[in-house]
Write a new protein. Sequence first.
Length: 232
Amino acid sequence: MIIDITRCRYAPGYMPKAAEGFFNPFFANANVAFRREALEAVGGYDDRCQTGEDVDVSIRLSRAGWELWYEPAAIIQHQERYTFPHLLRQWFGYGWGQPWLYKKHLGKPRLQFYVAGDPVKNPRPYGAKCVLDLPFFCYGLVFLSAYYLFHAALLGLIIGVIAHSPITCKIAGAAALASGLYYATIRFNWRRPLRSIGMLGLRYAADTAFVAGALVAGVRHGVVLLGATRTR
């Protein structure tokens, strides 16, 4: 799963060993160092990963018995995409690689629902906690976040308008307002409102490109994946 590592709130030190599943501690290639012998022991990076190769190799190293150490004092300079089209292509690509990676590490078809939790008690990225795990005819993952709840509520509102159902419209409208406000204010800096609004627009665009990439690629791999977006 591609996640903003700075928002995972990992505690400094050794990361827990990767278990079965998809949400396991990982380090982004932009700021990581691996022992050569460790990479050679697990066969290096998987060339089949179109994106998410850092997630994949971190999981495989951990499962092979190697330790992952998180050092928040390690700081680098990294050049991000500097135009809006480049940003969208980058996050679409991140999403594009997710279904294959999820299918690879899950091992068997399941339908799973995750929520964000406390990273202190649960050191998985976002403190991800599985709240429902069922056998399914295909691979499916839904991360219950404000982004998806907002769009689900908007869909309900549209259905309510088409069906001329005032009750449905009120419930869906309230849900859309609540989830939308939560999504918008997660990283909102009230001292710099104009900048925060601009950053909100960029995050929303990146999230949407990420989700679109995962959905399109999921059709190829038989995976329905609504993964964790950059902004929960």
